[in-house]
Design a protein around this ligand. Structure first.
Ligand code: FPP
Length: 253
């Protein structure tokens, strides 16, 4: 029996949606005396592995934090290299993503991205829009507070124009104005690289998400580590504010 089998037995609860903060690229490179960008490049095959694992296992949605609204404050050269890496990765990977039924969408403040990246994103989203096997969200220039603000602004505009009553704004309507509209909230959040925080990722959507942290740096995050996170998720009792007995009764009803 392989590591994958021992860590997540067949039939174990599978997350419908996994969200990942891919941290540790810079340190991975610095530990080897390389430029930080080498770590970002080394992270690409790990992104591919996670996508393949989600498709293979039947996980319907994967959201990756690739560039935060705060990452703009990094040195200009690193930002520019990252943007080039995003353009090149999209150009190179989209044909295979499309062939495998993956729908790609970017979440975040896309107007702050360069015109070339915006164009590649728009093309990739259009080409893969009808795919249903995996919904892949790449967060670029994304911040959880920004997301809540843009949703609030759009609902306020609807109220101001008379198409929505303030009293009708509930969790469901608010969720529908956020970037992850139409997707289930992440069931499992993974963060590599040793930090134990959310760092302004999907603040609204992570309310009841199971959190899993590892010290492993992103370029070293392998298929066994992903299986370990899934195995840990399968062993968690999710109560959503209810008692264990209530959850048990609901499950057997
Ligand atoms: C955080 O590590 C990582 C990033 C800011 C970039 C992550 C991007 C990729 C892995 C490429 C993904 C590409 C696509 C198209 C999805 P860090 O630089 O903060 O590492 P450190 O904490 O060690 O400094």
């Amino acid at each position: 029996m392989g590591a994958t089998d021992t860590q997540a037995p067949a039939g174990a609860a599978l997350p419908r949606h996994v969200a990942i903060i891919m941290d540790g690229n810079g340190r991975w490179a610095e530990q080897r005396g390389l430029a930080r960008h080498a770590g970002h490049k080394q992270g690409i095959p790990i992104v591919r592995m996670c996508i393949e694992e989600c498709v293979r296992r039947g996980i319907g949605a994967l959201t990756l934090f690739a560039f935060s609204s705060e990452n703009w404050r990094r040195p200009e050269a690193e930002v520019s290299q990252l943007m080039t890496l995003f353009v090149e990765s999209i150009e190179r990977e989209v044909p295979e993503l499309h062939a495998n039924g993956v729908r790609l969408r970017v979440i975040g403040d896309r107007h702050t991205l360069g015109v070339r990246l915006q164009a590649r994103v728009a093309e990739a989203e259009h080409e893969t829009r009808a795919n249903t096997r995996l919904a892949l969200q790449v967060a670029l220039s994304y911040g959880g507070r920004w997301d809540i603000l843009q949703a609030t602004r759009s609902l306020a505009q609807a109220v101001a124009s008379g198409s929505l009553r303030a009293a009708d704004i509930d969790e469901s309507r608010f969720g529908a104005a956020l970037e992850l509209a139409g997707l289930p909230d992440p069931d499992l959040f993974i963060r590599t690289g040793g930090e134990r925080r959310i760092s302004n990722f999907l603040l609204w959507n992570l309310a009841y998400t199971e959190l899993w942290f590892t010290d492993v740096l992103w370029p070293d995050f392998g298929v066994d580590a992903f299986a370990e996170a899934l195995g840990c998720f399968a062993s968690r009792e999710r109560r959503f504010g209810l008692t264990g007995a209530q959850r048990g009764a609901a499950a057997s009803a």
